[in-house]
Design a protein around this ligand. Structure first.
Ligand SMILES: Nc1ncnc2c1ncn2[C@@H]1O[C@H](COP(=O)(O)OS(=O)(=O)O)[C@@H](OP(=O)(O)O)[C@H]1O
Ligand SMILES: Nc1ncnc2c1ncn2[C@@H]1O[C@H](COP(=O)(O)OP(=O)(O)O)[C@@H](O)[C@H]1O
Length: 284
């Protein structure tokens, strides 16, 4: 295998859709030698010398507070996004579809919402296990776990819950972009916060699963003793007790549990897998 050489750092960006509308600076072109016989991403397997465009500058500035816009395939303008100024989207020549081809699946987010004790984590694990046994790559973002690290600075006040969900939504979006089936299992009590996460993803890629379990059942389970503490006033603002939970109005899947009807975690996982199969997420 030959050494990879580049005159300039191999920044590889294909042309931006914005160039159709704005006068773009001339791209800087340089050359890299690819290892032979490297399988090519664009199907030209015998191309040994490829031109690489480096897109570094932009003449256009714009402001946009909707982060979703920047997940697009063709954005390389100077931007102000939230508090971040003078930022430019950097595109990678290895795209989501290449990663999906490798994994033979489609990246998406399965967002499991429901009260504490409704079975979110149990379903997430059963689903991850069942997909693993089918050779599919998943990653679980569990609310409890993410609060041990990335979100350890957040409380359970409404604004902190919103920030918790925003960060997990952004993280889930990255996992989906990696081609992974990302399973978020979080109470996510506010409809608005869940809808904001949905808006980060392409149509269909956000699959909201509602664990529709009455509070009485969750409270009777109380595996961590948290409902007991909340009832005793030792935890303030506990979801379902003295903090709200807004059930989804129009989600992809509702998994009910009550005294008469309680599917096992494996059966629930199979329901989700059937949905994924039907929508084509288990193939590239
Ligand atoms: N006040 C209060 N309300 C609800 N839950 C609480 C609270 N305090 C601690 N816990 C524990 O935190 C877990 C929920 O974290 P999440 O990040 O999923 O919550 S949220 O989406 O930000 O509302 C939750 O885990 P689950 O039982 O798995 O849902 C609890 O273990
Ligand atoms: N489908 C189910 N049927 C019966 N019990 C369940 C089911 N799913 C979860 N449980 C039980 O409910 C309790 C809470 O489950 P858990 O997954 O920790 O909920 P959450 O993550 O929503 O807090 C656990 O004791 C678990 O064994």
């Amino acid at each position: 295998m030959e050494a990879l050489k580049a005159v300039r750092p191999a920044i590889s960006c294909s042309s931006s859709g914005f160039e159709n509308h704005q006068p773009a600076p001339l791209p800087k072109v340089s050359f890299v030698k690819l290892p032979a016989p490297a399988p090519s991403l664009n199907g030209c397997s015998n191309a040994r010398l490829s031109s690489v465009q480096a897109t570094e500058e932009s003449t256009v500035s714009f402001t946009n507070d909707r982060a979703a816009v920047f997940s697009g395939e063709n954005c390389r303008q100077m931007a102000t996004n939230g508090k971040a100024t003078n930022i430019v989207w950097h595109k990678n020549s290895v795209g989501k579809h290449h990663r999906q081809d490798l994994l033979q699946q489609k990246g998406c987010v399965i967002w499991i919402t429901g009260l504490s004790g409704s079975g979110k984590s149990t379903l997430a694990c059963a689903l991850s296990q069942a997909l693993y046994s089918r050779g599919k790559l998943t990653y679980i973002l569990d609310g409890d776990n993410v609060r041990h690290g990335l979100n350890r600075d957040l409380t359970f006040k409404a604004e902190d819950r919103a920030e918790n969900i925003r960060r997990i939504g952004e993280l889930a979006k990255l996992f989906a972009d990696a081609g992974i089936i990302c399973i978020a299992s979080v109470i996510s009590p506010y409809r608005r916060d869940r809808d904001a996460c949905r808006a980060l993803l392409s149509e269909g890629d956000f699959i909201e699963v509602f664990m529709n379990v009455p509070l009485q059942i969750c409270e009777a389970r109380d595996p961590k003793g948290l409902y007991k503490l909340a009832r005793a006033g030792k935890i303030k603002g506990f979801t379902g007790i003295d903090d709200p939970y807004e059930p989804p109005l129009n989600c992809e899947l509702v998994l009910p549990q009550n005294e008469e009807n309680c599917a096992s975690p494996c059966e629930m996982a199979e329901s989700v897998i059937s949905y994924l199969e039907e929508k084509g997420y288990l193939q590239a």
